[in-house]
Design a binder for this molecule. Structure first.
Ligand code: ADP
Ligand code: DP6
Length: 303
């Protein structure tokens, strides 16, 4: 694809929310995700003609803060004596809106660096590098992946045909990044310890549910885990929430459709948008119902 490297978005069914260690990046609790292949970033690197390192997303020049963030990251694994570069990236999802642009963007960037600087790294090495850029990106290398407290990233086999819709509440850049938000929760949330304990149990139950092909159990854990993660934001100082009134309306729609007999479950990340987990066999009838009840944008995600 015209020298572009691709990285995919992934959505956690059991969330990564809090770093136990920053160097190397390790999560407080094991987490598990589903990759959304239709939501991706594509990135290529060229020699810079300006004499400075440059970074563009969707043709928009990124701020100095963004450039230094990305350059600090890549300078940890590319040759120290290098020419100035221009990073050109396109996101198919809104950037920094809670739709996982950090995971697709980081995966694409790491692969693009591997190509441009001829690093010859194995996939396993690229996964290790990616998580230092953005924790969740290490899971994007597999359709379903777990990331454990010791840093291991594993592919998870799932026999169910899962998919997601996104009920878009807002495509705006969030006020607080995932990174800052989780850091605040680790430091100040009065229920952070409780969250990690819940998430550890959720992870074990999720693994069994996947092995049992038990979609009902997968869905219930997905919902309750997302709500538990979001409750840590309310117990932080200063307290905050990614969810808006419209997010709650979207969650109600999901519950209503489920009660009418089409099995689907919600999850939310660091942003107001609501993702709907379902089985592909239910796609057509679920889409009809969602279209009827949700009047704003809907993104259909292929897995
Ligand atoms: P999101 O919910 O979209 O993942 P985050 O706040 O977690 O939002 O991450 C947004 C950050 O991810 C951006 O500030 C940028 O540093 C990084 N990012 C987003 N898109 C790309 C990209 N295409 N290439 C490299 N980094 C990216
Ligand atoms: C809510 O991976 O974006 O989406 O490691 O600081 O870059 P950093 O954080 P990031 O956080 C993702 C948080 C989440 C939950 C998840 O994807 O597991």
């Amino acid at each position: 694809m015209d020298n572009f490297s691709i990285g995919y978005a992934n959505i956690a069914l059991v969330k990564y929310w809090g770093k136990k260690s920053k160097n190397p990046v390790l999560p407080f609790n094991p987490n598990i995700s589903l990759r959304l292949d239709s939501l991706y970033s594509k990135t290529k690197i060229e020699k810079s003609s300006s004499g400075y390192d440059e970074f563009y997303i969707n043709d928009k020049k990124q701020s100095d803060k963004e450039v230094s963030k990305i350059i600090n990251f890549i300078d940890k694994f590319v040759p120290s004596k290098r020419e100035r570069i221009k990073i050109i990236s396109y996101n198919t999802v809104p950037t920094a809106a809670g739709l996982s642009s950090s995971s697709s963007g980081t995966m694409a960037l790491v692969i693009a660096c591997n190509e441009y600087f001829k690093l010859n790294k194995s996939t396993e090495q690229l996964i290790k590098i990616a998580k230092e850029g953005s924790g969740s990106s290490c899971r994007s290398f597999f359709k379903m992946a777990s990331w454990l407290e010791d840093g291991t990233v594993k592919e998870i086999k799932c026999n169910l045909d899962l998919a997601m819709f996104i009920l878009v509440v807002s495509e705006d850049i969030k006020e607080i990044s995932s990174r800052e938000a989780m850091e605040r929760c680790v430091k100040t949330s009065t229920n952070f310890k409780e969250w990690t304990e819940t998430a550890k149990k959720d992870f074990d139950s999720m693994i069994s549910a996947i092995e049992e092909n038990n979609f009902t159990k997968i869905g219930k854990i997905t919902e309750s885990n997302a709500l538990a993660m979001h409750s840590t934001t309310k117990c932080a100082t200063p307290s905050f929430s990614f969810l808006t009134e419209e997010s709650y309306e979207a969650m109600d729609i999901v519950k209503k459709i489920r009660n009418s007999g089409i099995e689907c479950y919600f999850t939310m990340d660091a942003g107001p948008n609501v993702k709907v987990l379902y089985q592909k066999k239910d796609h057509d009838k679920l889409y009809e119902e969602i279209k009827y009840l949700w009047k704003k944008k809907i993104i259909q995600c292929m897995v």
